[in-house]
Design a protein around this ligand. Structure first.
Ligand code: GLY
Length: 306
């Protein structure tokens, strides 16, 4: 395909980010965008790019995905993740998994196998049988999250969910999302992240989207599909993303955000939370543009915070 402009955008969640966590959010999103961009540069598929970027975010306890996830009502970590391929509309998802180091890799493997949502023990068995990295379920509980849970501390700065969308050199789009869910969630709860149309969507004819925020609000407005449908009239992804967030605010209460990439490689995002961690990279840039607030100038690695 000619004139494709490969691009990647990642998010580290829509939430309030306290001042002392801003630098870590910038660094984590930058590292994820760089990891995905390296895969794009070496000819990787959009799905491989999305997996590579989200694995970086899942490894960073700054974010609510895999290591560093928020704890549920029983003090455990249960993880949801999904991936969608815009070329085939293929998808795969896992929900309420424990002891799987990289749920996004499990979702990618499920997508390659056959489209379905696998949950709990069945998803864990699938991951084990497909050679994915397993760990003790306690290994994904960070000290900070455990202390907050033990003290029943009010959580104000948990970035909610991570995600990535990418457009590769062949013009294929993919989206992926990964989360530890909501703080104190009921054991076995699965939110929007694992649900196609809600936590993510990808269609080569239009664009790709990954969402973040309150799953119970995102699900009834089918947030990711709402954003993608808004691209159909040629709207810029910024406008489509804002339309999706406006729809959520008109119809339900809750905080959410979304990142959107269209088939031309144009980038957009919107949120109604105080902050949202985002980084994107294109061939026009020398380094990822990184944000925790959209109305501020991007932060550059060369001027990285201490
Ligand atoms: N958006 C993540 C969740 O509600 O589980």
């Amino acid at each position: 395909m000619n004139n494709v402009k490969p691009a990647i955008i990642v998010h580290g969640g829509a939430k309030e980010i306290s001042e002392d966590k801003v630098a870590a959010n910038h660094a984590g999103c930058r590292a994820a965008a760089e990891a995905g961009w390296n895969v794009l540069q070496s000819g990787g598929s959009a799905a491989q790019v999305v997996e590579a970027a989200i694995r970086v975010l899942e490894s960073d306890q700054t974010f609510n995905a895999s290591l560093g996830s928020t704890l549920n009502s029983e003090g455990g970590v249960e993880l949801d993740a999904a991936m969608m391929d815009g070329a085939t509309l293929g998808w795969g998802a896992v929900g309420a998994v424990q002891g799987v180091r990289h749920p996004i890799s499990a979702a990618h493997k499920v997508m390659e196998d056959k489209p379905r949502l696998l949950v709990a023990r069945g998803a864990e068995r699938f991951a084990l049988e497909h050679g994915l990295e397993m760990c003790a379920k306690e290994a994904l509980i960070s000290e900070e999250q455990y202390q907050e849970w033990k003290e029943e501390a009010e959580v104000v700065d948990r970035p909610n969910t991570v995600g990535c969308v990418a457009l590769d050199a062949n013009g294929n789009l993919a989206a992926g999302t990964s989360t530890g869910g909501t703080t104190g969630q009921a054991q076995g709860r699965i939110g929007d992240t694992a649900l196609v149309g809600c936590g993510l969507y990808a269609d080569n004819r239009l664009g790709a989207c990954s969402t973040t925020g309150d799953g119970e609000s995102i699900i009834p407005v089918v947030l990711a599909k709402t954003a993608i449908d808004a691209l159909a009239d040629g709207s810029h992804p910024d406008k489509a993303a804002q339309h999706a967030i406006d729809t959520l605010m008109e119809r339900v209460e809750g905080e959410a955000g979304c990142i959107v990439l269209d088939r031309q490689g144009r980038i957009g995002w919107a949120y109604n939370s105080q902050d949202m961690a985002v980084a994107y990279m294109t061939a026009d840039l020398s380094e990822p543009a990184v944000f925790t607030r959209k109305d501020k100038d991007p932060v550059h690695a060369s001027k990285a915070e201490q």
